[in-house]
Design a protein around this ligand. Structure first.
Ligand code: HSE
Length: 449
């Protein structure tokens, strides 16, 4: 059978990795796919640089539409990124009957419903293994390997930049801003790191995993997103003393609410810093590495670990999609794996719960005046709010400085599970106490048991 022909839109870090790995492993890949897979055309604004990367045997153009219009091209790889021109080109490629492989998590998390519907109508595949956790085959695992399971929850370290920053903060006892600067200097964080440090990149990935795990539409707009910019070295240190690590987690859970307590059924979809027990394997994922824990009813807990970014790790995922498409290219569309794992006519309308309805436990740090009765007032508010305390840690009071009237200290409280809305109300009351001297730090906690 003649090789399947691939057009590449954008040859940056991942594109060149894809080209190189395909060349290097072409014999092995052909033995797996049953036919050769060749990148025969590349579109990139920097034509000269692109031509140098791929050599004279590959046609290089500046206009991506020339790739889409080429009738010999069977698959288009979109590695441009973003929601703008990338969306237009993906939809045009689908309309032209091309299969699409993309690493563009932002595009699919926001416009996935439209894109998957267009692909289904046209009978083509849109494959996106590289969009979540880079080289870790988590989409394949969720969509196929765990297909027997009713998935209960997923929790993942799915952003390498923030995991690198948090690891450095813990190792060196430094605050966020200092480590971010260093990470940028070393090239671990982008010049504009907003999407990473504010949790947006992780939320795009969590949105995709949530849709595949529960058979719901992609709903990035419903995700709760909180980044790591407000974390301090003190909280990482206290968490450690209590047997926890702080990680930025993407979490999605199927929640069966207790109607008697006014809880509704739904899906939790959230990204935020989180205390997790230091003894969990995922708590020990350091540096820029990624890991995802999936809990299924039949299989129990499974863990997937690896590089979440980088040229060849991401290329590994892109090429896995190319091989899948090469194998299924001639199959009836009805026999292919559905884009979101569930048949399009069998999707669920289970709602994504607002953050106020999420149930989790909490770490609180209060900077208080070291006076009689402060702890009683704080714990009294929690009791009145129906929030049960799991542990309390009070540090020795600091020396009284010349300009302070009373000694100050940190009170750390771990709570049991409660509804976020209840915690929000209790925080307002605690913050209003005159003895609470600074904004209270609240970090959510998950046991991942
Ligand atoms: N910027 C991402 C990260 C990689 O730091 O993990 C691409 O999603």
């Amino acid at each position: 059978m003649k090789p399947i022909q691939v057009g590449l839109l954008g040859i940056g870090v991942v594109g060149s990795g894809t080209f190189n790995v395909l060349q290097r492993n072409q014999e092995e890949i052909k033995r797996r796919a049953g036919r050769g897979i060749e990148i025969t055309m590349v579109a990139d604004l920097n034509v000269a640089r692109a031509q140098e990367l791929v050599g004279p045997g590959v046609t290089v153009v500046a206009d991506a539409r020339a790739v889409i219009a080429n009738p010999d091209i069977d698959i288009v790889i979109e590695l441009i990124g973003g929601y703008g021109i990338a969306k237009t080109l993906v939809l045009e490629a689908i309309a032209a009957g091309k299969h699409v492989v993309t690493a563009n998590k932002a595009l699919l998390a926001v416009h996935g419903t439209e894109i998957f519907a267009a692909a289904s109508a046209k009978g083509v595949m849109v494959a996106f293994e590289a969009a979540v956790a880079g080289g870790i085959p988590i989409i394949k695992a969720l969509r196929e390997g765990l297909t027997a399971n009713r998935i209960q929850w997923i929790a993942g370290i799915i952003n390498g930049t923030t995991n690198f920053i948090l690891s450095e903060m813990r190792d060196k006892g430094l605050d966020f801003a200092v480590v971010l600067k260093e990470a940028q200097r070393l090239g671990y964080a982008e010049a504009d790191p907003t999407f990473d440090i504010e949790g947006v990149d992780a939320a795009h990935k969590a949105t995709l995993m949530s849709a595949i795990a529960f058979g719901v539409p992609v709903q990035f707009d419903k995700a709760y997103v909180e980044g790591i910019t407000k974390l301090g070295a003190a909280d990482i240190k206290y968490a450690e003393q209590l047997g926890y690590r702080i990680k930025l987690l993407g979490i999605t859970k199927r929640r069966q609410g207790d109607a008697a307590k006014g809880e509704s059924d739904g899906i939790e979809l959230r990204v935020h810093p989180c205390l997790i027990p230091a003894k969990r394997l995922i708590a020990n994922v350091e540096g820029a590495m990624n890991a995802v824990v999936v809990q299924g009813d039949a299989v129990g807990t499974t863990l997937y670990y690896g590089k979440g970014a980088g040229s060849e790790p991401t290329a590994s995922a892109v090429i896995a999609d190319l091989v899948d498409i090469a194998r299924l290219h001639t199959a009836d569309a009805a026999h292919r794996v559905p884009h979101l794992a569930f048949q399009p006519n069998a999707m669920s309308n289970l709602p994504v719960l607002p953050m106020g309805e999420v149930i989790t436990s909490y770490y609180l740090r209060l900077r208080v005046a070291d006076e009689t009765g402060v702890l009683a007032k704080v714990t009294g508010i929690l009791a009145e709010s129906g929030i049960s305390i799991d542990a309390v840690l009070q540090r020795e009071a600091d020396e009284v400085s010349a300009d302070a009237k009373v000694a100050q200290t940190d009170v750390i409280i771990l709570t049991h599970d409660c509804q976020e809305a209840k915690m929000n109300a209790a925080l307002v009351h605690m913050q209003a106490l005159p003895s609470v001297l600074e904004p209270i730090t609240r970090i959510r906690k998950e046991e991942l048991a």
